[in-house]
Ligand binder design. Structure first.
Ligand code: BES
Ligand code: MN
Ligand code: ZN
Length: 509
């Protein structure tokens, strides 16, 4: 069932619902009810403390305890969710995500987490939507047990800015959820062609009806890619029976003054090609299109929000497979614009498809370029599976890091050492060497290779190989499988670029 979301100023003690959710904070004096829970605390009165201690409630993040209210509140169940030691956007979003998974059998839920500003209301709303995310397309019994009604309680529910934040949070969270859907699709069911079809369907939905945003979509097939000279995309796609595609999306609102180009890696399955991956590394490689999914869904969300910024998005899609028509180590590919690349490792395919797309993006002379890619396992070794690496020109790297902080997505800067460029020029047969067998700093080498195709433009590269896919169990608003990482950061980046005089000081937390 799709959940209906409403925003209300009502008291959690008086609200009629199957369950009321309140936050618990860890403090020196033990667990305390978080802001938003005052009326619930008052209703329980002196019984609250002994109840918390006898239930073993600590307020630790991830904790969820169901309590029967026995008439104390208008709801029969009180759900206490841990916030950890602090109230901030991330702790509230994660607690709301935990709550969403705990209230599954309740038809109506009232969320009374800390919500005394617009950012916290947005965090609670998005966290609930995403924590309750499920992917049931391929389950024979796919019962959706999410609540029919969710009421987000906030003392500022009548405030215009808070209402806007509440509406916008759902737009962005829906884009994140669709990104997860796309990543979770089985790779045989999501070839480049089928991925492009899904984008076409999403575009049709977005642009339908009165007042819908104007967004244009172009899907390029192999013939068109050959005309354009996209040897990288065609080369990587050559080993697969499923031909490659390039998707271009343009959103150009009249009020825009800045032009942002987005590029996303869309490898629908990465077997490694002839430089084949070991089985243990191949199992999650349906997620190698997460960058393309993120830039496309971010673009749709930016358009749906009507942000006054021009966005052009490029998503090269290919399947990296093993066959008699695969590219070989030693082959030379000609990238759009004429530069030649010696392929030395067919598993370093992302940079090949991105090279074509970066050149095409640059031909329109955007003010800045941001690419998002599940590019290297090296970045996962360096930063783990919850943090993305950001590399590029200093200005755009800073802007992306700021946007990540506002979005609550962890991002960390990484350098592109100058000497990497020499190694990239070390091919004995072509202009550039796609790879060398020095393993150290492989994520930086990959970024240095991409930089060759940016012509010195303001640019940032987000290596999301780690955070794009959650191989473990649910964590806060993250569920297993695709995470939708990057969408929220890109929307925040677009927001900042669209309103450059807005106070960036309000951004940190
Ligand atoms: N898609 C992989 C990177 C990846 C690794 C994504 C782990 C998600 C999780 C990429 O195409 C790849 O295979 N990279 C190689 C680069 C190497 C050949 C320079 C890698 O990580 O080993
Ligand atoms: Mn690869
Ligand atoms: Zn890959």
């Amino acid at each position: 069932m799709t959940t209906t979301y409403t925003l209300s100023k009502a008291s959690p003690a008086k609200t009629r619902a199957d369950a009321v959710v309140v936050g618990v904070l860890q403090s020196d004096k033990g667990p305390v009810l978080a802001p938003g829970g005052e009326d619930v605390g008052a209703a329980f009165g002196r019984k609250l403390r002994p109840m918390l201690s006898s239930l073993g409630v600590t307020g630790k993040a991830g904790e969820a305890v169901r309590v029967p209210t026995a008439g104390t509140l208008n709801a029969p169940v009180l759900l206490l969710v841990g916030l950890g030691a602090n109230v901030d956007r991330v702790s509230v979003r994660r607690a709301a995500g935990v709550a969403a998974r705990t209230v599954r059998n309740d038809a109506s839920v009232a969320l009374a987490l800390p919500a005394d500003d617009a950012d916290l209301v947005a965090a609670a709303t998005a966290g609930f939507r995403l924590g309750g995310y499920t992917f049931t397309t391929y389950r024979s019994e796919s019962k959706d047990d999410s609540p029919a009604d969710l009421v987000v309680l906030s003392p500022l529910a009548r405030d215009e800015a808070v209402r806007t934040a509440f509406d916008e949070a759902r737009v962005v969270a829906d884009a994140v959820a669709t990104t997860r859907d796309w990543v979770n699709e089985p790779p045989g069911q999501f070839t480049p062609e089928l991925f492009a079809d899904a984008v076409t369907a999403g575009h049709a939905r977005l642009t339908k009806g009165r007042g819908a945003p104007q967004v244009t979509l172009e899907v390029m097939d192999q013939d068109r890619l050959a005309q354009l000279g996209c040897g990288g995309i065609l080369g990587v796609g050559a080993g697969s029976d499923a031909p490659p595609r390039l998707v271009k999306i343009s959103y150009e609102p009249p009020a825009a003054t800045t032009h942002l180009a987005l590029v996303g890696k869309g490898i629908t399955f990465d077997s490694g090609g002839l430089t084949i991956k070991p089985s243990s590394s191949m199992g999650t490689m349906k997620s190698d299109m997460a960058g393309a999914a993120a830039v496309i869904q971010a673009t749709f969300a930016i358009a749906a929000l009507g942000l006054p910024i021009r966005v052009t998005t490029w998503a090269p899609m290919a399947e990296n497979m093993v066959s008699g028509s695969s590219i070989r180590p030693g082959d030379v590919l000609t990238i759009r614009g004429g530069r030649t690349v010696e392929v030395l490792n067919t598993d370093a395919e992302g940079r090949l498809v991105l090279a074509d797309a970066l050149v095409l993006a640059g031909e329109e002379e955007p003010d800045l370029v941001v690419d998002v890619a599940t590019l290297t396992g090296h970045m996962v070794l360096a930063l783990g599976d919850k943090v993305c690496g950001v590399l590029g020109t200093d200005d755009v790297v800073e802007q992306v890091l700021d946007a990540g902080r506002r979005a609550g997505e962890a991002a960390w800067p990484m350098p592109i050492p100058e000497e990497m460029s020499e190694r990239i020029r070390s091919s004995k047969v072509a202009d550039l060497a796609q790879h060398d067998w020095v393993r150290w700093g492989g994520g930086l080498y990959a970024a240095a290779f991409l930089r060759e195709f940016t012509e010195g433009r303001p640019w940032a590269h987000l290596d999301i190989a780690g955070p794009s896919f959650n191989s473990g169990g649910p964590f806060g608003d993250w569920t297993s499988g695709g995470t939708g990482f990057g969408v929220a950061t890109l929307v925040e980046l677009a927001r900042a670029l669209a309103t450059p005089d807005a106070d960036p000081a309000g951004s940190g937390d």
